[in-house]
Write a protein that binds this ligand. Structure first.
Ligand SMILES: C[S@@+](CC[C@H](N)C(=O)[O-])C[C@H]1O[C@@H](n2cnc3c(N)ncnc32)[C@H](O)[C@@H]1O
Length: 226
């Protein structure tokens, strides 16, 4: 069974009600403490990924904001050691997927809350042994042009416009081994026609090889990239 199917199998293992009950309490504790947009479905997704792939040890996440997804990952990986690298601009600057009328605004002016902050993110994540978390303040394009090495799981959640997602998927290819899982957030554009995650994923993977959870989180094997 390939890794995309393994993750789908883990997601299907319980009834929707079971899953909701199981996930709500730990997710709620994290969501009340760490700002962000990730919901119960993200908790379910990360729990299922790490359950399906016990071999995951190294994680790259592009787009950290205040650290909610990394906090979830560490929570679902209690008892095993993860090495996580998180990359974000960590700056009060508009993202490329903001609505045209918000392009010149700050995070607060745009209604997105506090700007991403590396110190707050690290405080929120509060990594404990045996986990190791390294946060890097960089544009993803600059980081990906210079980084070497390999990751078992790469999660893409920066700007959701077509060009950024397509570029990031292409650029992480060199960081993948045959068993690497790729995934990312905000698959459908929910009325924001300037977004393009679905098209970027569709253009990057071989037909019908990437999967989507709840029309939101896409995932696929790096080995299935075109
Ligand atoms: C949707 S938020 C990420 C949420 C995060 N995954 C979490 O756990 O809450 C998007 C983040 O991507 C960052 N970002 C946007 N474009 C970027 C780029 N080109 N390079 C690096 N970071 C970027 C923003 O600063 C913002 O913090």
């Amino acid at each position: 069974m390939n890794i995309t199917d393994k993750v789908t199998q883990a997601l299907d293992a319980n009834s929707p009600e079971d899953k909701l009950q199981l996930m709500t309490a730990p997710w709620g504790a994290i969501a009340s403490r760490v700002p962000g947009w990730s919901r119960v479905i993200h908790y379910l997704f990360f729990k299922s990924v790490f359950q399906a792939m016990p071999e995951i040890k190294t994680v790259l996440i592009l787009g950290v904001y205040m650290g909610r997804d990394i906090t979830i990952m560490l929570d679902v990986c209690a008892g095993r050691a993860l090495q996580v690298v998180g990359v974000d601009r960590f700056a009060d600057q508009p993202c490329d997927d903001w609505a045209p009328e918000k392009k010149g605004q700050t995070w607060a002016e745009s209604g997105f809350g506090d700007a991403p902050d590396i110190k707050k993110a690290l405080d929120n994540i509060n990594p404990q042994e045996p986990h190791q978390v390294k946060l890097i303040q960089s544009d993803s394009a600059v980081f990906l042009a210079n980084v070497t090495g390999q990751f078992d799981f790469i999660y893409i959640d920066t700007s959701h416009d077509y060009d950024t997602v397509k570029r990031e998927i292409e650029a992480v290819r060199k960081l993948c081994h045959p068993g690497t899982l790729l995934a990312g957030d905000d698959f459908i554009n929910e009325g924001k026609e300037w977004w393009g995650v679905d098209r970027a994923v569709g253009d990057s993977f071989k037909p019908q090889t990437a999967s989507v959870l709840g029309q939101m989180i896409w995932y696929g094997a790096a080995a299935d990239l075109k």
